[in-house]
Design a protein around this ligand. Structure first.
Ligand code: ZN
Length: 315
């Protein structure tokens, strides 16, 4: 009898301590879950804060649901595990291009006269549109909700561009005027996605697919949506012109633009690489360092990043 009571006593003790330990383990796990849920919702609210309702109704729905999310729980999460100290991490240098883009689609694309139809391309989303050196083309698109900071440009058709580009525009225009006597004029700067969409669809319906896709970008994949593209003319002409490259002002710009951070984005003999015809008026702000590098090497942005357009196999 005495031995039986001793065994029952031990069993009771074990049961009570098991319940106590189990109860302690449950509480922090539940708090951690609640904390994680709150983090996810606040992130969602941030990424859709400036989304364009008319263009992405699904994103707007997410934003609305995020707004009605329940408030953060008041209980303080209890850390469940103590992190094991490890050796000091060595930062791995990430090359710029892989941070921005990971590949170029090859195959499944419709081609018209050597130009890819952007509607048949699945573009990658650009990670950091604020970086003035990013590649935007048929294969790399801006996030749906991207709207840059803009300023109204002087000597323009009421056009806005990003402040970095505007500072450079003022300097380049002044220098060109001093050297050539011609005043540069900005015909087209920043465009909204709606403006680009209208331009693209109008071009297709009026000029045909081949003409449109070799000259007009799909919405989100235009440097004009990025706020760093400038379609340049002179005040004397006042509109974009294929002859701009042969004028005194146009030749001055093609020679000196890099000194102010601009590059001629679609050169004459690079259509296979860029996917667009020669546009003597279209300049892109990339910053002085990269512009000087590209001017010296004669490379396009695609070549610089190793992301040349991949043409379909011939024959
Ligand atoms: Zn342009």
């Amino acid at each position: 009898m005495k031995r039986l009571r001793w065994i029952i006593g031990i069993l009771l003790l074990v049961t009570v301590s098991t319940i106590a330990v189990f109860g302690l383990m449950q509480r922090p796990a539940a708090s951690a879950m609640a904390a994680q849920k709150t983090d996810t919702e606040s992130t969602r609210t941030d990424t859709t804060a400036s989304s364009d309702d008319s263009l992405s109704p699904s994103a707007a729905g997410v934003a609305a649901s995020a707004n009605t999310a329940s408030p953060a729980p008041s209980s303080t999460p209890v850390p469940t595990t103590v992190p094991t100290p490890t050796a000091t991490p060595t930062p791995t240098p990430v090359p710029k291009e892989s941070a921005v883009m990971t590949g170029t689609q090859n195959g499944g694309i419709d081609w018209y006269g050597g130009y890819a139809d952007p509607r048949t391309i699945s573009p990658e989303i650009i990670a950091d549109p604020e970086d003035v050196t990013v590649l935007v083309n048929k294969y790399f698109t801006l996030p749906d909700d991207y709207v840059p900071e803009l300023v109204l440009a002087d000597s323009s058709k009421n056009q806005s561009i990003r402040p970095e580009a505007d500072d450079a525009w003022d300097l380049m225009r002044a220098a060109c005027e001093t050297d050539t006597g011609y005043t540069l004029y900005l015909c087209s700067g920043y465009r909204t996605l709606e403006e680009q969409a209208a331009l693209f669809s109008t071009s297709i319906s009026k000029q045909g697919v081949e003409h449109a896709i070799s000259r007009n970008a799909y919405p989100g994949r235009s440097e004009h949506n990025l706020g760093l593209a400038l379609d340049i003319s002179t005040t004397a002409v006042g509109s974009i012109s294929y002859s701009f490259g042969d004028t005194k002002a146009g030749m001055w710009v093609s020679t000196h633009a890099y000194q102010y951070g601009f590059i001629l984005r679609y050169p004459q003999d690079k259509s296979d690489i860029t996917g667009y015809v020669y546009e003597p008026w279209h300049y892109r702000y990339v910053g002085i360092d990269l512009a000087a590098t590209l001017y010296a090497s004669g490379q396009t942005l695609e070549e610089y990043y190793g992301k040349m357009q991949v043409l379909p196999d011939e024959g």
